[in-house]
Write a protein that binds this ligand. Structure first.
Ligand code: SF4
Ligand code: SF3
Length: 537
């Protein structure tokens, strides 16, 4: 195997024996064979007016290959078989004669698919710059795919997003120049903006606009179910089905922002958030005591002590865990087994107490825009620092906690994604009633931060987003962060700091393109960075 798609790639170069994430070499090969198949689908779909079902499939299958989403060989192999079937349908419809292996191969067995993945993996492209650009493109698409799937689940789709996915995946099989690939990457940034906007519309039209909310981080006396990941519709079904059963529902990691939506506040058994970012789950799931439902990434290798009370659903999967099947059209997923199990479990063991505040998505911030603008004009707020993205295991990530602690009192942190767990429980105070950490929501709610920045640009009559008193200090881990980063670049944001390390998949030349054109820089030391951030350097 060779995989370097996430920030924790072994030795900062790539995982070769087994993923640091726990992905086995067979699962890695199957995922590579799946991506290979999706390229074949795309080669036919890009020139056909393909039905939405093909776009949906490509999104869901790409989503399954995101870091920490699906470790289940059998499920990945099923997706390959389904993909080959759909590809052959498109082949017949288009009547095209495409010679690429990805457009024609037919797996005869799982072993055959593993061999295919091994011969068409990342390293099959020998030119390291073309490899780097192609993979950057694919990882951006994976992030978009996850967001597109969440929007689809709520009934929102956009064929332009699917069409871009086809074009971009097909592009990775062609003999394109570096410049042509860079142009495709920029278009992917545009598509990331479109997709996050669509998901924002899906979430807010269905569940209301997030509002400032205090979230309890302690526990109650009743048994609970812990729901993790990003899928709000799964949460809605679970809340409906646990209503009045005596079972409480807690959010974990990226599900925390669900508390900010008016729709979910109606449920008296929706009691709080348990634990921290994804990577601490192997300890925190143990002390939760009740069932855990993973709706998306990020799953870490599952311990025996809670294996029999952990479930996956949607595109998440893990061998040996029960998988809750998809809902029938118009219906709900059936969580009765999860709820029945919860009733037999003790209440969660308390690991923290207190409250955290969030809900500063675009509508809520706009509602207090006057106050914010006033604070900037009066000099009470000198700088906004976007510290969105992901959290992870690396010790160097304490940098983000220290930056949050060391920024002067007149700086406000804007956040989204699980990066927030590095500083959302510190007491950083407020500026005239405006908290110094404004949490917009999940990583896809980075879109809200962009909307807020564009609005501020307008209010201050500026012609360039980079003239705002705004800096970006982004923590990344998986491919959704790649999509968010490409979205920022498309929106013209320059000078983003990125850490804890730059992606292993950027070759020196590709990294140089990003530095030269967008002034992207690796994080440095806390003191130096804080000083530079405050003067916009
Ligand atoms: Fe390694 Fe990350 Fe790939 Fe997992 S996803 S195999 S940790 S590079
Ligand atoms: Fe990602 Fe696992 Fe945090 Fe949505 S999901 S942000 S890492």
């Amino acid at each position: 195997m060779f995989c370097f798609q996430c920030q924790e790639a072994a030795k900062g170069t790539g995982c070769t024996v087994k993923g640091v994430c726990g992905k086995t070499d067979t699962c890695a090969a199957l995922q590579d064979a799946l991506v290979h198949t999706l390229k074949g689908i795309s080669l036919y779909a890009e020139n056909t007016n393909a039905d939405k079902k093909y776009g949906r499939f490509v999104s869901q299958a790409l989503f399954a290959t995101i870091t920490n989403a699906n470790f289940d060989d059998a499920r990945i192999y099923e997706l390959i078989l389904e993909g080959v079937k759909l590809r052959n349908e498109l082949k017949a419809i288009s009547g095209a004669n495409v010679t690429c292996d990805c457009a024609n191969w037919i797996p005869s067995s799982m072993a055959d698919a593993i061999a295919k993945g091994n011969s068409f993996g990342v390293l099959s492209q020998e030119n390291e710059d073309i490899r780097s650009l192609r993979e950057l493109l694919i990882y951006g698409l994976k992030g978009i795919a996850a967001y597109a799937d969440h929007a689809y689940v709520l009934g929102y789709e956009d064929t332009a997003i699917y069409n871009h996915m086809f074009k971009a995946l097909a592009a990775t099989t062609k003999d394109l120049s570096a410049d042509e690939l860079v142009a495709m990457i920029m278009k992917t940034g545009e598509s990331a903006v479109t997709t996050m906007a669509l998901l924002d519309k899906a979430n807010t039209s269905t569940y209301g606009n997030p509002e400032v909310t205090e979230v309890n981080i302690g526990v109650g006396a009743r048994p609970g179910i812990l729901i993790s990941g990003h899928d709000l519709r799964d949460l809605k079904d679970l809340l409906e089905q646990t209503k009045g059963t005596g079972v409480d529902v807690y959010t974990h990691s990226e599900m925390l922002p669900a508390h900010y939506y008016p729709e979910f506040k109606k449920y008296e058994n929706f009691v709080g958030n348990y634990g921290n970012a994804w990577w601490k789950q192997d300890k925190e799931f143990e002390s939760f005591n009740g069932p855990i439902l993973m709706t998306t990434n990020c799953i870490v290798p599952v311990r025996e002590s809670y294996k029999n009370r952990m479930f996956t659903t949607g595109m998440a999967g893990y061998p040996g865990l029960k998988h809750i099947a998809d809902r029938k059209e118009g219906g709900q997923k059936d969580f009765s087994e999860v709820i029945a199990l919860a009733k037999t479990c003790p209440a969660p063991t308390q690991i923290e107490t207190g409250k955290i505040v969030g809900g500063f998505a675009h509508a809520q911030v706009m509602a207090v825009a006057d106050k914010v603008v006033e604070a900037v004009k009066a000099g009470a707020i000198k700088r906004f620092v976007v510290m969105a993205g992901c959290d992870g295991r690396h010790k160097e990530r304490s940098y983000f906690t220290e930056v949050a602690e060391n920024l002067p009192q007149d700086a406000v942190i804007l956040t989204a994604g699980c990066a927030k767990y590095r500083y959302n429980k510190l007491n950083l105070g407020d500026i005239g009633g405006i908290p110094r950490v404004l949490d917009a929501g999940q990583c896809n709610d980075s879109y809200s931060l962009a909307v807020i920045a564009l609005k501020l640009k307008e209010v201050f009559g500026l012609d360039d987003i980079n003239k705002l008193p705004l800096s970006f200090d982004i923590a990344w881990y998986e491919q959704k962060a790649v999509a968010v980063l490409l979205a920022l670049l498309f929106l013209g944001v320059k000078g983003v700091r990125l850490g804890p390390t730059l992606p292993a998949f950027l070759s020196p030349n590709v990294a140089k393109v990003l530095v030269d054109n967008f002034d992207i820089k690796p994080i440095g030391d806390v003191e130096g960075d804080v000083a530079k951030i405050m003067v916009g350097a």
